[in-house]
Ligand binder design. Structure first.
Ligand SMILES: [Zn+2]
Length: 111
């Protein structure tokens, strides 16, 4: 039986689901979300960060390997360094994001 072959050595991580909401570094509410969208660049994805309370919204491109927490940490840094506008500015370039909700989420799932 091919039983053995299927048994790949797997590093069993504790299955802690990545948190869906983060604490917003600007207003302190637990309503910050990080979503990802595919880009046409290789190994680059677009991170979309939004806060449902204060309206924080920024986007930037990150390496595909980053996950939500990494992006979140980036945003926290930006806010603390007062550089959030750097990524928020992208919004005003006339880019309309009319994507269907939830779509980006399925494209690149977390763990
Ligand atoms: Zn906020």
């Amino acid at each position: 039986m091919g039983r053995r072959r299927k048994r790949r050595k797997k590093i069993v991580k504790k299955r802690t689901l990545p948190p869906r909401y983060f604490q917003c570094p600007r207003c302190g509410s637990m309503t910050l979300t990080v979503d990802f969208k595919k880009t046409d660049k290789l190994r680059i994805k677009r991170a979309i960060v939004r806060c449902g309370t204060c309206g924080l919204h920024c986007e930037f491109e990150v390496p595909e390997v980053l996950d939500r927490v990494d992006v979140y940490n980036k945003v926290v840094d930006l806010v603390y360094e007062n550089r959030l506008e750097e990524c928020m500015a992208a919004e005003e370039e006339g880019v309309e994001h009319g994507e269907a909700p939830g779509e980006a989420e399925e494209a690149i799932g977390g763990e």
